[in-house]
Design a protein around this ligand. Structure first.
Ligand SMILES: C[S@@+](CC[C@H](N)C(=O)[O-])C[C@H]1O[C@@H](n2cnc3c(N)ncnc32)[C@H](O)[C@@H]1O
Length: 267
């Protein structure tokens, strides 16, 4: 038997427990506090955790031992007691991401989402690249994209912040937008819609299918209820021709990120 540690995002313990139950039912709870869960399971189970990482765990590890001083990877459990662990490395590990200060001109905190996603995936949006952003108002993410010099098509029926200039605002619902409204080429597709996960993903997959040379994209998907956990695999499969990762960023609340990339076309 081994013990596997799962570090919790604040306020998302219910979603992590649901994900464990659905995807790793061989593990059983042995200890928890506000920072992490310890789950008992078979030796060697880390192979399955690497293959099917937990989106709602900001880090996973294999428990090694307890000590008075911390080892390389350790969590303090009480005064003078650290639990040391071996790191399980996966793209869902967002433990070390630290929030950068938001530029004064960025009109919404969503700026952090794209900033963190770009850092985490070493994703560089280059000047002149064409980006379609769905659910763009008031423009936190748009600010980031325009600052990088992207050619931006922002889709949202709501008003964009008037300080943002130099982009095309398609002021309509995504349901009413078709190919004729959009550019002939697109490099990246971004969505931060406050719609249900299914509607968001279906609309983004529809738009992505217009572009055979699409490099990839980034979606934030709402997961307000524990039953949304069961749809996550299906959402990832909607971008089949791409390498796809689901994850949770510190700037996310009850939502997840989906990053997809055509590695042959992108950096
Ligand atoms: C979380 S906010 C987006 C914040 C924005 N990304 C930013 O960086 O400032 C969600 C947005 O989705 C937009 N939205 C909701 N339904 C939509 C639809 N059917 N089509 C396009 N946008 C929609 C809302 O108007 C809202 O502005």
């Amino acid at each position: 038997m081994n013990f596997y540690l799962f570090f919790i995002h604040p306020q998302l313990k219910d979603l992590l427990l649901e994900e464990l139950k659905r995807r790793h039912s061989k593990l059983s709870l042995s200890f928890s506090n506000k920072e992490f869960l310890s789950m008992k399971g078979p030796e060697g189970y880390e192979v399955h955790l690497e293959k099917n990482p937990l989106v709602f765990a900001k880090r996973m590890g294999i428990f090694l031992d307890k000590s008075a001083d911390p080892g390389e990877y350790a969590v303090r459990v009480k005064e003078g007691e650290y639990w040391n662990y071996e790191l399980i490395r996966t793209p869902c590990d967002t433990y070390d991401i630290v929030e950068s200060p938001k530029p004064e001109g960025a009109p919404a905190r969503a700026w952090h989402k794209i900033d963190e996603a770009c850092k985490h995936f070493e994703w560089k949006i280059k000047a002149g690249e064409i980006v379609i952003e769905i659910g763009s108002a008031p423009g936190g993410i748009s600010y980031y994209l325009l600052d990088k010099g992207a050619e931006l098509y922002a889709v949202d029926p709501a008003k964009m912040d008037p300080s943002l200039k130099g982009f095309k605002h398609i002021q309509r619902s995504i349901f009413d937008v078709d190919r004729r409204d959009l550019p002939t080429h697109c490099d990246w597709l971004i969505s931060d819609l406050n719609l249900s996960g299914d509607l968001n993903v279906v609309q983004c997959a529809r738009i992505a299918a217009y572009y055979s040379k699409l490099k990839g994209g980034f979606l934030t998907i709402k997961t307000p209820q524990d039953f949304d956990v069961k749809h996550m695999k299906k959402w990832a499969k909607s971008f089949e021709n791409f390498e796809t990762t689901l994850f949770h960023l510190p700037s996310h609340r009850r939502e997840i990120g989906l990053f997809f990339r055509n590695t042959a076309l992108s950096n």
